[in-house]
Design a binder for this molecule. Structure first.
Ligand SMILES: N[C@@H](CCC(=O)N[C@@H](CS(=O)(=O)O)C(=O)NCC(=O)O)C(=O)O
Length: 218
């Protein structure tokens, strides 16, 4: 299978996929774009017009070959590229698999709230009520992640799993997109956990960077 990933430089969701593919040593072509610009190719592969999209370029039907929604992409990768040929990002125990998915719910939900705040700020008169509601979701999610992290290196089984991919990506996103958020002071254990993940090659190779959006979005 020859894989192509449509990604964007700041995307925490796309970073999850880039990290998973790198950790499992799965080769892929990286295509970087701005999904809100009229030049985007994302809608050709995802009817929801969202990246990341992982594409099997050898699939007969482009629809069959397109995988979208980051948590599903990670499941798809784990299903298609199994141990022992490939490093497993799945927890060892069944209930651990469900916990890893719950961590992704929180991590992706915090990312979603951050994205909503980011776009609210672009509006001519941003809603303070809406922004503070999203900010509550970010803080609630971070409190939960800090509880789960404790003083551990990894969230599960003393092994790096997709739970760490998701949690690491939302924390890395906050560092770039919401540098003013005091989560590293509020939760020193979460900072230690995040620093540990950022030291991995897969994280070093995928540090998020801002993108220039040329088209008006809101
Ligand atoms: N739940 C989706 C969210 C993906 C998402 O929101 N992607 C953004 C880009 S980024 O925020 O990740 O940088 C997008 O393509 N937005 C385009 C759109 O919403 O039309 C996932 O996990 O893949």
């Amino acid at each position: 299978m020859v894989l192509k990933l449509i990604s964007a430089t700041p995307s925490p969701y796309a970073r999850k996929v880039r990290i998973a593919l790198t950790e499992k040593s799965i080769p892929f072509e990286l295509v970087t774009e701005v999904p809100w610009d009229k030049t985007t190719q994302t809608p050709q592969y995802n009817p929801l017009e969202k990246l990341p999209v992982l594409i099997d370029t050898e699939a007969k039907d482009p629809e069959d070959g397109s995988v979208y929604e980051s948590h599903f992409i990670l499941d798809w990768i784990e299903y298609k590229y199994r141990a022992p040929e490939y490093v497993s990002l799945t927890p060892n125990k069944r209930d651990g698999e469900l916990f890893a998915k719950k961590v992704q719910v929180i991590a992706d939900g915090v990312c979603d709230a951050c994205v909503l705040m980011f776009f609210e700020k672009q509006r001519s008169s941003p809603s303070e009520e809406w922004t503070s509601r999203q900010r509550r979701k970010v803080d609630g999610g971070l409190t939960q992640l800090a509880k789960w992290a404790g003083d551990k290196e990894f969230l599960l089984d003393d092994k790096f799993t997709m739970a760490d991919v998701a949690a690491g990506c939302v924390l890395g996103y906050l560092r770039v997109r919401f540098a003013e958020h005091p989560w590293q002071e509020t939760y020193p254990n979460l900072k230690r956990y995040s620093d540990g993940l950022e030291a991995r090659k897969s994280f070093k190779d995928t540090v998020p960077t801002p993108q220039d959006i040329s088209d008006k979005i809101v």
